[in-house]
Design a binder for this molecule. Structure first.
Ligand code: PLP
Length: 493
C-alpha cells in the first residue's frame, strides 16, 4: 500500500466502495459527477466547490437523528451531540457575520426566507393580535379572532426587487409561495444606469407602505447600500430583510463592509450556505435580538426536523469562512469578476450597469443579435458553463432572455486568477462574435464546430494547472505513480 494517498482520497474511495456494494450505479454516478465538475469551466454565479472537510462532515450518522426544537430544548431525547454541533455552527455564524443571533436549521435558501417571513409576521402581526385578545397562544383565540388573524396574516405587503432587475422568485413573485402570501410590489433599476434608484425606491415605499422591505438579488452586479435601505425601511415603519444568498461569502470574507454589509443594518438576514459562502447546500437566518425567539420557531413553523449532518457541515464551512485564507479568497472572487468584466468590455461586449463590483456580471447579448438561450448553448458548446438570465426590461422574457450571467466563485476556488479571467473573456467574446442566430428560432444558432472545438480545448487547457480537489485521486492505478498527484489544496484560493 502506497503511503502517498491523501486522507481525503482514502475517505472518498472507501465511501464509493461501500456505496458500490449496495447500488453500483450510484457509486458510478458519483464518480462521473466528479469528472464532470473537474472538466467544466464553471462560471455559474451561484455555484462553488465545498472543501473535502465540508463534504465529509455531511456523510454520517447525524443524518439518523430527529432533533426538533433548539439547542437545549428538544422535543426528542438523546440530542446532546446535535446540540453540540448546532451550538458550534451558530457560534461560528455569529462570529463570522457579527450577528446577534443565528439560526442554522433552514434546509435551503427558500426555507430560510420562509422562516424570516413568518418570524416577521409572528412578531409584527400575530403577537399584537394576541395582546389585543389578551391571549398567550394562538390556541387560546376563539374561532372569530383566529379567522380575523388569518386574514390579517394573509393581507400584508412586501416590497422586493423585480425579477428582471435581478431579484429572486422567493421575493414575492406569484409562482412562489411568497407571492401567494403577500401583496407584492417590485422596485426595479434606473433604466439608464441599470442600478437601484434609491430615490424612486423611497417614493414607492412611501406610497406602498410595506410591512417588509426586502433587499437582495441573484443577478445584480453591484453593491447595495444597506444603510440607505434601512433608512427607507425606518421611514415607512417596515422591517428591513436582506436575502444575502448570493453574496454571503463576500460578507464573511469582509469584502462587503460598512454600508455594503447587511448584517448591522437589517432587522433580519437570510442566506444560503452553498454559494459564495462555499458550505454545504443549505440555508441560515441571522437576526436582531427582538426577532430571535420567533426565528427559533422556524421548526416546526415551516421546517421539518433539522438536518444535523448538514448543520455539522455548516459548522465546518463557517470555521473556514472565519480564516484569513477565506478573506483572501473572497477578495480574489471580486478581483476576478472585475478582471473578467474588464476583459469583456475591452473586447466590446456589453455589460448591464457597465461592469461589476461583486462576484457576478451580466452580459447583454442582444448586441450580438442573440438571445440568452442561444448564447448559453453556444458557450456550452465551446466548453464554458453559464446560465441565461433576464436583463432589465428584457424584450425576450424570462425563458429566452437577452442576458448571460457569469460569476467567479467556483473558478476562484480552483485557483484561477486575473490572467486566466482575461483568457476567459477572450473565449466568451469569440463565441459571441462568431455565433449566428437562426432566423426562425430564439433557441437555435450556428457556430462553426471546428471553432467550438478549438475554444473548448483552450478552456480545458486553462483548467489543467488548477485541478479540482487535487488531493482526491479515485484512480488506484495512479498510486504507483506519485508524480501524478497534483500538489496544493483546492480549498485555498
Ligand atoms: C439561490 C437563492 C435562493 C434560493 O436558495 P435555494 O437554496 O435554492 O432554496 C433564495 N434567494 C436568493 C437571492 C438566491 O440567490
Amino acid at each position: 500500500m502506497s503511503t502517498n494517498i491523501s486522507p481525503e482520497a482514502l475517505a472518498a474511495r472507501a465511501a464509493l466502495d461501500v456505496i458500490g456494494t449496495v447500488e453500483p450505479r450510484i457509486a458510478a454516478a458519483i464518480r462521473a459527477e466528479l469528472d464532470d465538475q473537474r472538466s467544466a469551466l464553471k462560471l455559474i454565479a451561484s455555484e462553488n466547490y465545498a472543501s473535502p472537510a465540508v463534504l465529509l462532515a455531511m456523510g454520517n450518522w447525524f443524518s439518523d437523528k430527529y432533533a426538533e426544537g433548539t439547542v437545549g430544548r428538544r422535543f426528542y431525547a438523546g440530542c446532546a451531540n446535535v446540540d453540540t454541533v448546532e451550538a458550534i455552527a451558530a457560534e461560528h455564524a455569529r462570529t463570522v457575520f457579527g450577528a446577534a443571533h443565528a439560526y442554522v436549521q433552514p434546509h435551503s435558501g427558500i426555507d430560510a426566507n420562509l422562516v424570516a417571513f413568518w418570524a416577521i409576521l409572528a412578531d409584527r402581526v400575530e403577537a399584537p393580535a394576541l395582546r389585543r385578545a389578551q391571549a398567550r397562544h394562538v390556541n387560546d383565540l376563539n374561532d372569530d379572532d383566529w379567522a380575523a388573524l388569518r386574514r390579517e396574516l394573509g393581507d400584508q405587503r412586501l416590497l422586493g426587487m423585480s425579477l428582471d432587475a435581478g431579484g429572486h422568485l422567493t421575493h414575492g413573485f406569484r409562482p412562489n409561495i411568497s407571492g401567494k402570501m403577500f401583496q407584492q410590489r417590485a422596485y426595479g433599476v434606473d433604466p439608464n444606469t441599470g442600478r437601484i434608484d434609491y430615490a424612486a425606491l423611497r417614493q414607492t415605499a412611501r406610497e406602498f407602505r410595506p410591512l417588509i422591505l426586502l433587499a437582495g438579488y441573484s443577478a445584480y452586479p453591484r453593491r447595495i447600500n444597506f444603510a440607505t435601505m434601512r433608512e427607507i425601511a425606518d421611514e415607512v415603519g417596515a422591517v428591513l430583510m436582506v436575502d444575502m444568498a448570493h453574496f454571503a461569502g463576500l460578507v464573511a470574507g469582509q469584502v462587503l463592509t460598512g454600508d455594503d454589509d447587511p448584517v448591522p443594518h437589517a432587522h433580519i438576514v437570510s442566506t444560503t450556505t452553498h454559494k459564495t459562502l462555499r458550505g454545504p447546500r443549505g440555508g441560515m437566518v441571522l437576526c436582531q435580538p427582538e426577532l430571535a425567539d420567533q426565528v427559533d420557531r422556524g421548526c416546526p413553523m415551516v421546517l421539518g426536523g433539522p438536518l444535523p449532518h448538514v448543520i455539522a457541515a455548516k459548522a465546518v464551512a463557517l470555521a473556514e469562512a472565519g480564516t484569513a485564507d477565506f478573506r483572501t479568497y473572497a477578495q480574489q472572487v471580486v478581483d476576478n469578476a472585475t478582471a473578467l468584466a474588464d476583459g469583456l468590455k475591452r473586447r466590446g461586449v456589453t455589460l448591464v450597469t457597465g461592469g461589476t463590483d461583486n462576484h457576478l456580471a451580466l452580459i447583454d447579448v442582444s448586441a450580438h443579435g442573440l438571445t440568452g438561450r442561444q448564447a448559453e448553448a453556444a458557450l456550452l458548446n465551446a466548453g464554458i458553463v453559464t446560465n441565461r438570465n433576464a436583463i432589465p426590461q428584457d424584450p425576450n422574457g424570462a425563458w429566452y432572455t437577452s442576458g448571460i450571467r457569469i460569476g467567479t466563485p467556483a473558478l476562484t476556488t480552483r485557483g484561477l486568477g486575473t490572467n486566466e479571467m482575461d483568457h476567459i473573456a477572450d473565449l466568451i467574446h469569440t463565441v459571441l462574435a462568431n455565433t449566428q442566430p437562426t432566423a426562425d428560432s430564439k433557441a437555435k444558432y450556428t457556430l462553426d464546430p471546428a471553432l467550438a472545438a478549438k475554444l473548448a480545448s483552450r478552456a480545458a487547457e486553462l483548467l489543467t494547472p488548477y485541478p479540482l480537489y487535487p488531493t482526491i485521486n479515485l484512480n488506484t492505478d495512479a498510486d504507483a505513480h506519485p508524480q501524478n498527484h497534483p500538489r496544493g489544496d483546492a480549498t485555498e484560493a
